[in-house]
Design a protein around this ligand. Sequence first.
Ligand SMILES: [Zn+2]
Length: 257
Amino acid sequence: MWKNIRIAVLLFVLLGVAVHSWLDRIATQGWKETLWVGVFPLNGDGTPLAQHYVEGLTVKDFSGIEEFFAREAHRYGVAIEQPVHAELYPQGSELPPALAHDAGPLGIAWWSLRLRWFAAHAAEVPGRAPPRIRMFVLYHDPATLDRVPDSHGLQKGLIGVVHAFALPAMAGGNNIVIAHELMHTLGASDKYDLGSGAPLYPNGFAEPDREPLYPQGRAEIMAGRRALSTQDFEMPQGLRDVVVGPATALEIRWTRP
Ligand SMILES: [Zn+2]
């Protein structure tokens, strides 16, 4: 008897989770209504420089992301005028849980649960409507590290964690990383070699039919970098030089198979 009840409760919870993910998918891949994306800035390293940078942020700093989504969506015939709206929320005080570099499947599952818990209360701002997708952007003083930690975007939970540089000159690059992780929450997959970082041919190339193939003038958003030669690649200055390739457009349902 109790065993049956326990199983019934468990099935009910699993069903709830499945229905929730399914509804999220419909809401984020329909492209009939503007998708609200909340940017939650955080001081990632506790430095005065990062703090100063975060305090100087305005919603305008993220308008390039809206323009990028609108321009590329329209190129694929998506009718909605503004597919994505980026909203800037006040600075948070707590940092999201970090994912250990050597985390196994169980560690990742545990981390993603803790991240969802974190996002649920960190995105609650009195007087402000909660966004559909929550992007936590951790700013770092470039002097404290040579390389920012890996950023993440989760489709299940609609959460992104982005590590960014607290430098005006890097604002364009930061927006590329935010747009990339946002794309992950919408169902897009990486299109670069996870070992070397090289864009994968052809899906990670903005112009796979270009002759000569190198150097590529622009980057595909899920590759993040444009290939200069077979070995060299670089991140463009900003989203102006980034496109959404056909494979990514299909994954986020801008096009149908
Ligand atoms: Zn990625």
